[in-house]
Design a protein around this ligand. Structure first.
Ligand SMILES: [Zn+2]
Length: 86
């Protein structure tokens, strides 16, 4: 196998894998399993991208103390009931 083919295969499976692992980590999921899944089935990236965790993930998602909804960590208040976090 030549270098070009090797690079192609690495990019083809490696990039979705790395991205999947990174997304999974931010969503409180197992990054290893999701990295492998994304490498084999890039469709898993879409699933991960639109999926929110069901619990708080520090640095990524907060769980509202009032309504229990999960929203982006950077948001100053709950996007659903507008309760500010502490
Ligand atoms: Zn809320």
């Amino acid at each position: 196998m030549g270098l070009t083919e090797y690079l192609f295969i690495t990019a083809f499976f490696g990039l979705p894998g790395v991205l999947g692992g990174w997304l999974a980590r931010g969503r409180g999921k197992n990054p290893v399993i999701w990295a492998l899944g994304s490498a084999l089935f890039p469709f898993a990236l879409l699933v991960l991208w639109y999926q929110k965790p069901d619990h708080e993930v520090p640095g990524h998602f907060r769980k509202c103390s009032s309504c229990g909804a999960v929203y982006a960590w950077k948001s100053p208040s709950c996007i659903y009931c507008h309760t500010p976090h502490d």
